[in-house]
Design a protein around this ligand. Sequence first.
Ligand SMILES: Nc1ncnc2c1ncn2[C@@H]1O[C@H](COP(=O)(O)OP(=O)(O)OP(=O)(O)O)[C@@H](O)[C@H]1O
Ligand SMILES: [Mg+2]
Length: 375
Amino acid sequence: MPGNNKVADAIETNVDSLIAAWVECVQKNVPASKDKSPLVLINHLKDFFHTLIKALRDQDFKLQNVANFKLSEDHGKQRAGLTDYSINQVIQEYHLLRTTIFDFLDERAPVGRRERNIINEFIDDFIRTASATFSDELRKRLTDALKMRDDFISTISHELKTPLTSMKLQTQISKRNIVKRLQGAAPVEGIIRFIDQKEKGINRLNHLVEDMLDSSRINSGKLRLEKEDFVLSDAVQEVLAEMAPYLAECRSTIHTDVPEGVHLYCDKFRFEQILINLLSNAAKYGAGGSIELVAHLKKDEIVIEVQDHGRGIHKKDQERIFQRFERVNSPGERNGLGLGLYIVRQLTNMLGGRIWLKSKVGKGSNFILQLPLQS
Ligand SMILES: Nc1ncnc2c1ncn2[C@@H]1O[C@H](COP(=O)(O)OP(=O)(O)OP(=O)(O)O)[C@@H](O)[C@H]1O
Ligand SMILES: [Mg+2]
């Protein structure tokens, strides 16, 4: 039954100042909250006080009649996502709420035993729910992280094993051929061919390791750009020369249409790395068809498109493939770590540009890169 209650009245007319006092107190006392604004609890504090006021006025109040507050669940969950929060700090935020309320009421309204119990029951119930959700969420995140680590170890082992196995085989054959050659029975060309193949394997391993290093540099904010002035068509020619053996291996032909004399001022090495990744995907997933690399100026930006005519990418996968380790698997899929497009998107952002794609399953994909001439 609702009735008059002085404590409820005092809280009701001062909800905003109570919240402000609590925020000040938390930011002074809970280290992890310092740069968190607004505090998560704040979104729900009005509901909290509203329910508390009702409970104080209800002579038949029982805590179990109050629906379990979603706010403490949200609070625990959100705090678990912030690495600098410990469970003690989550609990401390509630204890400070309790102190704030009692300090405030001390000066304004006499708090009887019944009211004190209700306020304490509310806060204790919140602490229970928030800490349980906090622990559950941490456990879930840990399990996800462990699974991701296991998946990563398995992918990377597979990726490293493939070139290592063939390099081992090539080394054994080369050794046999050298012995034969010394006995005058093996042609030099055969030996050179195997050494060439070994070099390819080494390049592939090198590439994998470089991608992993770049991805971790990007993730930890340690990748630094070095700007320089260069001519777009020269950079494209260099990339094509470097990629010629791979394009030939994938039986891809390439057509370019790039304006002459366009200068870019940005990190040339990283710019070329973006093109190499896009072209290698176009070759890898392009089913041996033609690839078009075209560029045009748009105000003070350059727009570069890499178009292939391969299997295409389903709409639902088009955003996901820019994330780390995300791949679209299909039977007989060629190898890869799923890092290429992640690196491309991150580098593009760092160069002040953007990248997106248009694609139709079975028809091919068009990756569009837009970069400022000067970044
Ligand atoms: N041109 C394309 N056509 C079709 N699918 C593509 C194309 N480019 C990328 N994809 C899909 O997107 C996924 C992610 O590409 P990404 O370049 O990030 O990784 P990857 O090529 O698998 O490995 P790597 O780390 O060696 O680049 C690929 O696995 C492939 O499924
Ligand atoms: Mg790739």
